[in-house]
Design a protein around this ligand. Structure first.
Ligand SMILES: [Zn+2]
Length: 202
């Protein structure tokens, strides 16, 4: 399993490189990477495991963050604004965002990243409120791959865009703004309730 020492940190040139498309069917190496990325997120959901292994909780992790410059990422994000608390858990391969809504939003508490260790509070990253992406998803049970069109809105769309950026060598730290400098049309995804701050990193 990946530990914190395996996570490539901000400043490493490889995090700024465009990743290569994944060849299908998956090679042995790429399948291992997929399994380990996915496992990291599942393990990191458990606070005790995070303490035990010294890892940070994450809702997304991209292959370049573990030194594999291929277009693959895992996400495991609960849409906490949705009544049903829908979970968006995917192992995504060769994604292509084919639609971005003109409406923009941002996480009012700012984003976080397993590769970024410096504080970035007070700075936010504008994202498209809705996206449609074409990608291959690896079913972690059957290990079958299917090509789908995902329509994502709000929080899962933000997580997806953060991870997608990693595949193009872009960190959220290169797109941070002060809220007061943003176009007033860009509204926060939600209003922060101080008793219930999200601490997950992606
Ligand atoms: Zn990240």
């Amino acid at each position: 399993m990946y530990l914190d020492k395996d996570i490539v940190k901000e400043g490493a040139p490889s995090l700024n490189e465009k990743c290569e498309r994944v060849r299908l069917p998956l090679s042995k190496n790429d399948l291992e990477v997929a399994k380990n990325l996915f496992q990291y997120l599942i393990i990191s959901e458990n606070e005790e495991m995070c303490t035990k292994y010294g890892i940070r909780p994450g809702v997304g992790i991209a292959a370049p963050q573990v030194g594999q410059n291929i277009r693959m990422f895992a996400m495991n994000a609960t849409d906490f604004l949705d009544e049903k608390q829908t979970k968006y858990t995917f192992l995504v391969i060769n994604p292509e965002i084919i639609y971005r809504s003109p409406e923009m939003t941002y996480l009012p508490g700012g984003e976080g990243c397993l590769s970024v260790t410096r504080p970035t509070e007070g700075l936010v990253t504008p994202r498209n409120l809705k996206i449609i992406a074409k990608c291959s998803l690896l079913d972690m049970g059957t290990l079958k791959i299917k090509t789908v069109k995902l329509t994502l809105f709000g929080y899962p769309a933000i997580v997806f865009q953060h991870e997608y950026d990693h595949l193009d060598g872009i960190l959220y730290t290169s797109k941070m703004f002060k809220i007061k400098d943003l176009d007033e049309k860009i509204q926060p995804l939600y209003t922060i309730n101080e008793d219930n701050e999200e601490e997950d990193e992606d």
